[in-house]
Design a protein around this ligand. Structure first.
Ligand SMILES: Cc1ncc(COP(=O)(O)O)c(C=O)c1O
Length: 307
């Protein structure tokens, strides 16, 4: 049973000036360790792994991947072993340089294997995956970011919850990494006039994600959607002084913690779109907080170019 997370109304004279109402969907509060979108993505995959009597979860990620941390914890909780295939073979020899995320994953029982960037690029290659499956026949393979069809289906309950808490919403903002979360929300949103879901890409040149997002959305959705690609602030894991300031101001004003990789860029996109007049007056806007708060332990200035 999933307990609904709060939908928090936030107010600011700026929102009044543009005559919009704004809520933050606090999905960061849905689970202490498998936070936000990670829980939705993993829940049906865990069921499938158990149904197929698999004993191990294997997945892919970078050194700062929230998905790696979440998978390690979820596997432990489900009584499964876990293996993380991590981008960057140089990390194998220097455990003292491991990110908080990797250390946390190991503490939760995940075994790590480090791949060269060349091998890591094969993470979706059918032959590579077949070989991996043959090497680990008892393993359930999860793609990078946990983004697959079962992950998308995991967002139906979240969308239903949002519809129940705020049936009159018409604009929704969500961060985009692989695009699976965004696609899941688009797939399950109900038809209403003038509804739009905005996915905010947190990585550079994210247009390459569009074909997989379209595939995941499936049949033409009932709502309009667009991916905003100008709010990456220089790339994945990059944050500018302006974003840092906005993060601090937002956190102090609304007592809502943001993560430095995903939710801050989503919030920045909302403010910019509002001030550009892209959000019509009387709109009812939902900002989806997808969690990732463990990313606040992220060291600045380090290589974090993989989800
Ligand atoms: C906290 C957080 N929010 C949003 C996303 C983006 O999700 P997706 O990869 O489904 O686009 C991720 C992971 O990628 C994440 O860790």
């Amino acid at each position: 049973m999933e307990i609904p997370t709060p939908l928090m109304a936030i107010s600011d004279p700026l929102f009044d000036r543009y005559r919009v109402k704004v809520w933050v969907k606090r999905d960061d509060l849905n689970h202490p360790h498998i936070q936000g979108n990670k829980w939705h993505k993993l829940k049906f995959n865990l069921d499938a792994a158990k149904l197929q009597r698999k004993t191990t979860l294997i997945t892919f990620g970078g050194a700062y991947s929230n998905h790696i941390a979440a998978t390690a914890y979820a596997a432990k909780e489900a009584g499964l072993k876990s293996i993380g295939l991590i981008r960057g073979e140089e990390l194998a020899a220097s455990p003292h340089t491991w990110s908080h995320t990797l250390k946390q994953a190991v503490d939760n029982g995940m075994a790590l294997e480090f791949l060269t960037r060349q091998v890591y690029r094969l993470r979706d290659d059918p032959d590579f995956l077949l070989d991996l499956q043959q090497r680990y026949p008892d393993a359930y393979l999860l793609p990078e970011g946990g983004s697959n069809e079962l992950a998308i289906q995991g967002f139906e309950s979240l969308m239903t919850e949002i519809e129940q808490q705020c049936p009159q919403w018409d604009t929704l903002f969500t961060p985009v990494g692989t695009g699976a979360t965004f696609a899941g929300l688009v797939r399950y949103a109900l038809a209403r006039a003038n509804r739009k879901i905005n996915g905010v890409a947190v990585l550079k040149q994210a247009d390459y994600l569009l074909p997989s997002i379209r595939k995941w959305v499936g049949i033409p959705p009932a709502v309009a959607w667009q991916m905003l690609t100008d709010y990456h602030a220089g790339g994945y894991g990059k944050i500018t002084p302006e974003l840092q300031q906005l993060k601090q101001r937002f956190e102090a004003q609304f007592s809502i913690p943001l993560d430095p990789v995903y939710s801050i860029k989503m919030v920045a996109a909302f403010y910019d779109q509002l001030q550009r007049g892209e959000i019509p007056p009387h709109s009812k806007v939902i900002l989806l907080h997808t969690g990732g708060l463990q990313g606040n332990a992220l060291q600045q200035g380090t290589d974090s170019t993989t989800l």
